[in-house]
Design a protein around this ligand. Structure first.
Ligand code: KIV
Length: 277
């Protein structure tokens, strides 16, 4: 099956088909999200928080993103793959942004890169797009600016702030981004942006009127029982399932119930991982 392309993602907006994007950070999760029908998989720098256990995304490196990109790419048959450009890999100059975006394409197997920021990021976006690298924009709450924003907070609450986000989104579209993530902005503003922009908007904490939605896979699967912000819907409660399975496994190892005769390997070839082919 062929992988979806940036123009095909754009065409979904034209025909009114919602775009489902989800993050993944490894082969197994990417494969399941792809089989579940996700249109776009994002190796988000949220990996700093949900994989590495940091309190923000600021310490993630380009090498880590490329490594996780390669792992995820192997699991995808249909979904389009975007990789986040980490903090300080695109802010210094458009030339540096282009060089680093190129590495995520070559070493991370990305089909597109995502850059946070509006008008100030437009020159970097333009440099990538002119070199043939599709770009996903990201405005509203931009977690790499957490210190400047004073925390992970709803953006665009008053008229002036909303007008700045609108200008930012238009600048990102003008620079050539093929879709734009809108994070943590009022639903009414996201609806207005989705109408004004010709490229698709992908919302997270931005209400129902975006052209698509994105969630962190750990959040939609309920992998951390402590984290339940209002904008997240848990489609499963895997924290309890995984913890329960770990508990049962430990108990059976301790009691000697595992491995049972059914788990004892005889002669012949053994399947380890993958298809066994
Ligand atoms: O890093 C990330 O996972 C993201 C999404 C939440 C949009 O940027």
């Amino acid at each position: 099956m062929a992988r979806l392309t940036a123009p095909e993602i754009q065409a979904m907006k034209q025909r009114g088909e919602k775009i489902a994007m989800v993050t993944a950070y490894d082969y197994s999760m990417a494969r399941l999200m792809d089989r579940g029908g996700a249109d776009m998989v994002l190796v988000g720098d949220s990996l700093g928080m949900v994989v590495q256990g940091e309190s923000d995304t600021l310490r993630v490196t380009l090498e880590e993103m490329a490594y996780h990109g390669r792992c995820v790419a192997r699991g995808l048959e249909r979904a389009h793959l975007t990789i986040d450009m980490p903090f300080m890999t695109y802010q210094v100059s458009p030339a540096e942004a282009l060089r680093n975006a190129g590495r995520l394409i070559q070493e991370g197997r990305a089909q597109a890169v995502k850059l946070e920021g509006g008008a100030r990021t437009a020159p970097a976006i333009r440099a990538c797009v002119e070199a043939g690298i599709p770009v996903v924009g990201h405005v509203g709450l931009t977690p790499q600016s957490v210190h400047a924003m004073g925390g992970f907070k709803l953006q665009g609450k008053d008229e002036a702030a909303a007008a700045r986000i609108l200008e930012d989104a238009l600048a990102v579209e003008e620079a050539g981004a093929f879709c734009i993530v809108l994070e943590m902005i009022p639903a009414s503003l996201a609806a207005e942006l989705s109408q004004k922009l010709t490229v698709p908007t992908i919302g997270i904490g931005a209400g129902p009127d975006c052209d698509g939605q994105v969630l962190v896979c750990n959040d939609l699967l309920g992998l951390d029982e402590r984290f339940k912000p209002k904008f997240v819907k848990r489609f499963a409660e895997l924290a309890a399932v995984v913890e329960g399975a770990a508990r049962d496994y430990v108990a059976e190892v301790k009691s000697g119930a595992f491995p049972s005769p059914a788990n004892v390997v005889g002669g012949g070839r053994v399947q380890l991982y993958g298809t066994g082919a």
